[in-house]
Design a protein around this ligand. Structure first.
Ligand code: NAD
Length: 298
């Protein structure tokens, strides 16, 4: 049976533009966000409907997407009184597209299964740009049949939808991706600050590195767009980055894997978080590094 009626809970930097793509594909939308007025604004823009809380969203939906800050937020939205589980008719499906903790996801999926509700995890990569353009990479964990049922909805938001394995595996891979991405950003910023103090220009360094073996996603995209421009507006917060690194370190601990470099990287990101005001964009870690280096990447 086709999943026509889609609910979305969490209409922030990612959920809001994702809702546009789901609506454009012809799905009916029920929306909820805890921030006053946000669901109403999104409903107006997409032709959807603002629902009365998570249960209200589920009651009007075949599938509910959560795009919330943390896995704990998703568990509360799903299982608290007036939550998604209370609202769903039989055969409802929860698709958690947030970057949540894999162990919490496995437990939540089991609790929902007992109530006749299916669940997959489908976190994304590609940032706000990918969400706006509908070109996200989607890492879908869950029973194959369930993932395939959700695929048409996921494909409205992503250009690459990959089944990663059982439920929780998407969330595991997402945290590992961000571990690589965070370290790549950090080492590029540090190296460029050394170069700046030596007298090299950021654009010269980026041009050469991007044609050399040091090239990564940050040297190719993020530094120029968000740091050299001084915009620091990637749309992905420092708090959420540290959350993802914590998830990856938990995963390392749970699997008994030694990760000295990831642990050091997490420590540096957390230190920046403590030294910058709350709510900062993750690219603003460079402002803190610049203070330490007494140089700026302009
Ligand atoms: P955000 O903070 O911009 O948006 C979260 C939204 O959820 C806000 O509108 C907030 O009001 C709402 N919210 C919070 N708690 C709620 C609750 N209990 N009930 C209803 N609404 C609630 O966050 P975001 O950047 O959109 O990220 C969402 C998730 O996607 C996170 O897990 C993040 O790690 C992940 N992610 C973000 C990006 C990015 O570039 N921003 C990229 C990939 C993945």
């Amino acid at each position: 049976m086709e999943l026509r009626r889609v609910g979305i809970i969490g209409l922030g930097a990612m959920g809001r533009p994702m809702a546009e793509h789901v609506a454009k594909a012809g799905h009916s939308l029920s929306l909820h966000d805890i921030a006053p007025g946000r669901a109403e604004e999104a409903a107006e823009a997409t032709g959807g409907r603002a629902a009365n809380g998570p249960a209200g969203v589920a009651a009007a939906s075949d599938v509910v997407i959560t795009m919330l800050p943390t896995g704990a937020d998703v568990v509360r939205a799903a299982l608290d009184e007036g939550g998604i589980a209370d609202g769903f008719a039989e055969d409802g499906i929860l698709v958690d597209m947030s970057s949540s903790e894999p162990s919490g996801t496995v437990a939540l999926a089991a609790a929902l299964r007992e109530r006749g509700i299916g669940m997959i995890d489908a976190p994304v990569s590609g940032g706000r740009k990918g969400a706006v353009e509908g070109t996200l990479t989607v890492m879908a964990g869950g029973d194959e049949a369930l993932v395939e049922r959700c695929r048409p909805v996921l494909e409205t938001m992503g250009k690459r939808v990959v089944r990663t394995g059982p439920v929780g595996s998407g969330h595991a891979l997402k945290a590992l991706n961000n571990t690589i991405s965070a370290a790549g950003f950090l080492i590029a910023a540090e190296a460029f600050l050394v170069g700046k103090r030596f007298g090299l220009e950021p654009e010269t360094m980026a041009g050469v590195v991007n044609a050399s073996t040091g090239m990564n996603h940050s040297t190719r995209n993020k530094l120029a767009r968000f740091v050299f421009s001084r915009g620091f507006d990637s749309g992905f917060s420092l708090d959420l980055m540290v959350k993802d690194l914590d998830i990856a370190l938990d995963l390392a601990r749970d699997t008994g894997t030694a990760v000295p470099f990831a642990a050091l990287s997490r420590q540096i990101w957390a230190q920046a978080q403590q030294n910058l005001e709350p709510g900062r964009d993750h690219t603003e870690i460079v402002r803190w590094l610049e203070r330490l280096a007494r140089a700026e990447l302009r």
